[in-house]
Design a protein around this ligand. Structure first.
Ligand code: FE
Length: 346
């Protein structure tokens, strides 16, 4: 008889091994979809001495090819497990040596961002080093439009120092998957109770259409209202815009596009959002001059008026405005080009 191993215990071991085997086949599912069935408020922890403002709004904190890379995913919900969209989140953590960036502009491994329309977020950073006397941890602030600010820390599994860190709390342990290439994929769900009055975000001023020459700068501006924290998101033809070499202010009320290219033409919209609601602006066309030959009337969009012009010239070449391919007659090939530019101006 094996000491300390009853049939019941053997059965439990089998179940555990089966569960582990199953989970090992589904690393992403484990990190993405293992949500608590009941939503108990996330406990708060000390802010510590190194929180700084302002921090850049970004979800990309890796610098060059620093490693080990960490993709950190999360979700913010209320006490009823309902996701909280457009909720403000701030994070800060140590670098590989365990040191915090405490010199201006305070933006190394520090960031703010908002959850998406589903209350979820993801950002890229590194697995931080060990700050003296502490186990490996990430600092957080989470703030919805009708929540109190949650300040807390989360912890990595399987770190020996978890056993000796007085602040460590297993309730703040992240779910972690380490991929074959060494990349860490971690997940944590924050529960922040909602209370009190809250006004969903609305658009109070829509962006205006713009016509610019290639190479010029275009600035779209919107305005929103509603409880804060509140964010803005810009979209071109329904696709969210990220800040980059030519795009700035993608998360603010004012989107700036420098060195405008013909491919930038399109319909621009802005969504103002907070955790109690959001509103999308009306669309504003960006007309890149000289880049939209089918926009015969120059109103910034290829529409029925332009089709009417084409049909009026059909078969002949009266003024040749509609002879888009310059073959001497207005025909099906020209119609095809017009329809390809329909509704936008690219
Ligand atoms: Fe810390």
């Amino acid at each position: 008889m094996t000491v300390g191993s009853s049939p019941h215990e053997e059965l439990m071991k089998d179940q555990i091994y089966l569960t582990l085997a199953f989970c090992s086949l589904l690393p992403f599912a484990l990190s993405r979809h293992t949500f608590a069935q009941t939503c108990v408020s996330t406990i708060s922890q000390t802010e510590g001495p190194y929180y700084r403002t302002p921090n850049p709004e970004t979800t990309e904190m890796r610098i060059g090819t620093d490693a080990p890379a960490l993709t950190m995913r999360g979700r913010v919900v209320d006490q009823n497990c309902n996701p909280l969209p457009w909720t403000w989140v701030a994070i800060w953590h140590a670098d590989l040596t365990g040191a915090y960036d405490n010199t201006a502009p305070f933006d190394r491994y520090r960031a703010t961002f908002f959850t998406d329309a589903n209350g979820e977020f993801a950002f890229h950073t590194i697995v931080c080093g060990l700050y003296p006397g502490r186990t490996r941890h990430i600092h957080w602030k989470v703030d919805g439009a009708n929540t109190a600010v949650l300040t807390t820390q989360t912890y990595f599994p399987n770190v020996p120092q978890n056993a000796t860190d007085g602040l460590y709390n297993a309730a703040l342990l992240m779910q972690e998957t380490i991929l074959p290439d060494g990349t860490h994929d971690d997940f944590f769900q924050f529960v922040v109770p909602t209370s009190g009055a809250c006004t969903g975000a609305t658009i109070t001023a829509n962006p205006a259409p713009l016509s610019v020459n290639p190479g010029e700068t275009a600035v779209f501006t919107a305005n929103g209202a509603g409880s804060t924290p509140r964010t803005y998101r810009w979209y071109r033809d329904g696709v969210e815009i990220a800040n980059g070499a030519r795009f700035a202010g993608a998360y603010t009320a004012s989107l700036t596009i420098t060195n405008v290219q013909a491919s930038d033409a399109g319909a621009y919209t802005c969504r103002s959002g907070n955790s109690c609601g959001s509103q999308l602006s009306t669309a504003a066309a960006l007309d890149v001059l000289g880049a939209c030959p089918a926009d015969f009337d120059g109103n910034g969009v290829v529409d029925a008026a332009d089709l009417s012009t084409m049909l009026g010239e059909w078969g002949g070449c009266k003024s040749c405005n509609a002879d888009l391919d310059a073959n001497g007659q207005v025909d099906a090939a020209d119609l095809s080009m017009l329809l390809a530019a329909w509704g936008v101006c690219d």
